[in-house]
Write a protein that binds this ligand. Sequence first.
Ligand SMILES: NC(=O)c1ccc[n+]([C@@H]2O[C@H](COP(=O)([O-])OP(=O)(O)OC[C@H]3O[C@@H](n4cnc5c(N)ncnc54)[C@H](O)[C@@H]3O)[C@@H](O)[C@H]2O)c1
Length: 330
Amino acid sequence: MGYGIEAAFRGRKVLITGGLGFIGSNLARRLVDLGANVTLIDSLIPEYGGNLFNIAGIEDRLKVNISDVRDEHSMRYLVQGQDFLFNLAGQTSHLDSMHDPYTDLDINARAQLSILEACRKHNPTIKIIFASTRQMYGKPDYLPVDEKHPLRPVDVNGINKMAGEWYHILYNNVYGIRTCSLRLTNTYGPRMRVKDARQTFLGIWIRLLVEGKPFEVWGGEQLRDYTYVEDAVDAMLLAASNPQADGKIYNLGGDRVISLVDTAKLLVEISGGDYVVREYPAERKKIDIGDYYSDDRLIRSELGWQPQTPLAVGLQQTFAYYQEHLQHYL
Ligand SMILES: NC(=O)c1ccc[n+]([C@@H]2O[C@H](COP(=O)([O-])OP(=O)(O)OC[C@H]3O[C@@H](n4cnc5c(N)ncnc54)[C@H](O)[C@@H]3O)[C@@H](O)[C@H]2O)c1
């Protein structure tokens, strides 16, 4: 990340929804270091990934607004005067979206529309980056999955995130509000939720390893790719600062493709400890997508993005972070 990125954000006003969450707080750290004027919005709903400890050490260098993106009045006020919006607030659990589909709808679809309406009416020159997900592809027809792959979500969350993404693209195309959507794959790193598996199975694996307990691998042969959070942050900054990204959708992938069981082996080599392989639970099997990995050549060629962190290094750094800070995440 060179001089261009610094020039794009120094002294600029940046709003991050979901800014106390995993990816949002890592992004906030980077933006504060780049000299941006950062405001975080987060509801701190306990079941989600928001955590005040995520901004430990930078709390005096940014503003935090504890509010809910479903609150249209707050959003109308908060988007005003901002140069960039990183729109990351979301309900991220696939299983929760099946048990409580309306909450997922309200946060991942309806609130997204009202954020865009607030921008259209009160700040149409803002640039918006939306955190989308590979979940909306469903079970892949082919691998690796590129952006042209059919969208066939297998859970309520995938459908609502798809609507949220397409509202962003529509507002770009119809109203000229510059938006870009990044379809994230499994993202991991320091500050992810480890209390349970709501955000990612890697979270609960790492928590159990730090606690000296074995973790469970369900199935094991499924192929995955992973993005280290700093690489996801790079992609967001590149997309925000490059006009070529306007109106575009990009997949993000990782540095390699690896099965779950090999991921578990790699993690155990790094951290010590153990795991057991179990059959995939029936309730989750219905919404599982099988093998998945991204074709992310489009963002590599158009924006020059490239993951910098090999999986072994990223897992090492993540494990080390939770060895030191686990008590703040339980
Ligand atoms: N982590 C991943 O692997 C991954 C993969 C694909 C997509 N994404 C997307 O990236 C975004 C960020 O995810 P994350 O992994 O950092 O999860 P996270 O749960 O740590 O962050 C989301 C944040 O949004 C906040 N939030 C939720 N509902 C809100 C509301 N109604 N109003 C205000 N704030 C609210 C939460 O408190 C949390 O801090 C999400 O939109 C998610 O769908 C993440």
